[in-house]
Design a protein around this ligand. Structure first.
Ligand code: AMP
Ligand code: MG
Length: 512
């Protein structure tokens, strides 16, 4: 290790470690064979105060590959429990994740965690490793979600290694370094309720409140207030997922962040053709975590969290009242987002039916989720986009691309064009009744709410296949469009286009 290293100037805190030994196991990572840095996310590095130059220091690779501990850090694996696919699974924990420490960046604290850096006491039957395929997917998904404005854990780096890892076939190992203010899950609370340790549960809740929800401290019952906050954040998160067609795939309570972040990217997926019953996880044969079910599952998971908090909050009615805020918060968040997606400047009578009928139309036609919304802004007869002076917007290139490129116009996304035209005519009439008559505003709102690029499975697959050859260029290309998915990027039409036929055969399972 260098006498001076790039992490030296960053203050370390390790507040999670201060919770006490019951909450984790201290242990070193298990180094990989010939680790190499495949990609670094400079946006995430900046959050830690790491310069571009720092990222090429040998110590950076040593730390993010699990070769050496974080100088000044405190390496540990946390314990938690949880419900998996609706069944109580008992103790789980960080089976292949190591918390390296907590760093004080320029604008906040970040825990740095490695995924795939070796076994822990919580590995159960697992090998403590992650394969390159799933690591690329986690790395890119974190960027995609952040670019979409959806709360998520962040990814700092992607390291490959020579170690063979046995899954359905032999694959190669990789490690993702990821960051979040905290990785505490609903399951972290369930762990202490199930084990009948109210004192630990209280300590955990106090820690979470003090660090992340200080506004709860002044409430009559801070623990109820905490639940209320988590209910609201989770409901907002669900609305965020639903309106971009994101499916998590494994919404077990141990994968639910207490901060309302998207956490643990496994067999997730962004929908191509719309199907409300879409199941992204090949292993989820019953569709427990299908797209349409996600909000209800989140509510169920919150119920489990409330159940755990009941250990230290005798007033069950107060907890129930907090849970009851899920539905109105979710519906309100959905309505706001759908208004923006459709460019409705106010919510009028009949709008609910109009929106529902669009979903039905998309369902019946298996219309592409992303392009349907994106292309609606340009639907013919709605606005003379040039006259609307949209070129003044920063999306100037976007207009050029959409008009001149091979991207399908709205109506072409539907097999039943007559039905689509009928709906579009109703939509046109509705737009005329907008309280804000400005097409400029409407188009601007719609383009800022409807991404042009999402991390479609086939795009991730191409990046994986290149990465397996040591080529990070597809990751780099995807990072470019996913970082700012609402504006068109020159020469990147292929990343916005409909998926090729083979995309529908990609199967993603829990195996990672
Ligand atoms: P997940 O479905 O990815 O959230 O994982 C559920 C549990 O299994 C967590 O406790 C993980 O840490 C653990 N786990 C998953 N894969 C592995 C692995 N390869 N080695 C050790 N533990 C694992
Ligand atoms: Mg998990």
């Amino acid at each position: 290790m260098n006498a001076y290293d790039c992490f030296d100037d960053i203050p370390k805190l390790n507040s999670f470690a201060a919770l006490g030994a019951a909450f984790y196991t201290r242990l070193p990572t298990t180094p990989l064979n010939q680790p190499a840095l495949l990609h670094v996310n400079t946006d995430a590095a900046a959050l830690l105060g790491l310069s571009a130059q720092a990222l090429s220091e040998p110590v950076f690779l040593d730390v993010v590959s699990g070769t050496s501990p974080l100088p000044g850090g405190d390496t540990l694996a946390a314990v938690y429990s949880g419900h998996q696919f609706g069944h109580w699974a008992g103790q789980l924990g960080d089976g292949r994740a190591h918390l390296l420490g907590e760093l004080k960046g320029p604008e906040g604290h970040w825990e740095l965690q490695l995924k795939g850096a070796g076994m822990t006491p919580y590995s159960r039957m697992g090998d403590g490793r992650a394969v390159l395929r799933s690591s690329v997917r986690e790395y890119l998904a974190s960027v995609a979600m952040h670019g979409l404005g959806i709360p998520t854990t962040r990814a700092l780096s992607l390291v490959t290694a020579k170690n063979p890892v046995m899954r359905e076939t032999v694959e190669t190992a990789a490690v993702v370094a990821r960051m979040a203010p905290s990785f505490i899950r609903f399951g972290s609370f369930q762990h202490w309720a199930a084990g009948n340790h109210p004192e630990h549960l209280r300590r955990l809740a106090d820690y979470v409140i003090e660090r992340f929800y200080p506004e709860c401290l002044t409430s009559v019952n801070p623990y109820v207030a905490l639940l209320e906050c988590v209910v609201k954040r989770t409901a907002e998160l669900m609305a965020g997922w639903q309106v971009v067609g994101f499916c998590h795939g494994v919404m077990n309570t141990d994968n639910m962040s207490i901060l309302g972040l998207t956490l643990d990217y496994g067999p997730y997926g962004f929908m191509d053709g719309f199907d409300a019953r879409h199941i992204c996880n090949h292993t989820d044969t019953n569709g427990r975590y299908a797209w349409h079910a996600q909000p209800a599952v989140a509510h169920w998971n919150l119920y489990q969290l409330a159940n755990s908090l009941h250990t230290i909050v005798p007033d069950a009615d107060a907890l129930r009242a907090a849970l009851d805020q899920f539905e109105p918060t979710f519906l309100d968040a959905m309505q706001k987002r759908m208004m923006d997606k459709l460019g409705l400047s106010d919510w009028q009578e009949g709008d609910e039916t109009l929106v529902d009928d669009l979903w039905s139309l998309m369902q019946a036609n298996h219309a592409d989720f992303t392009l349907t919304f994106r292309q609606l802004a340009y639907a013919p007869g709605l606005a003379d986009v040039a006259k609307a002076n949209v070129t003044q917007l920063q999306i100037e290139t976007d207009l050029g691309h959409t008009v001149h490129s091979g991207l399908m116009p709205f109506i072409d996304l539907f097999i039943d064009r007559d039905a689509a035209e009928l709906w579009l005519e109703r939509y046109r009439q509705r737009i005329l009744r907008n309280s804000d008559k400005s097409d400029f505003n409407r188009i601007q709102t719609m383009l800022a709410a409807n991404p042009l690029y999402v991390l479609r499975n086939h795009l991730a697959q191409a990046a994986i296949e290149a990465a397996q050859q040591g080529d990070a260029s597809e990751i780099e290309n995807l990072m470019t469009v996913l970082r700012s998915p609402f504006v068109a990027h020159a020469g990147m039409d292929a990343y916005a286009a409909l998926p090729p036929a083979w995309a529908s055969h990609i199967e993603v399972s829990c195996s990672s």
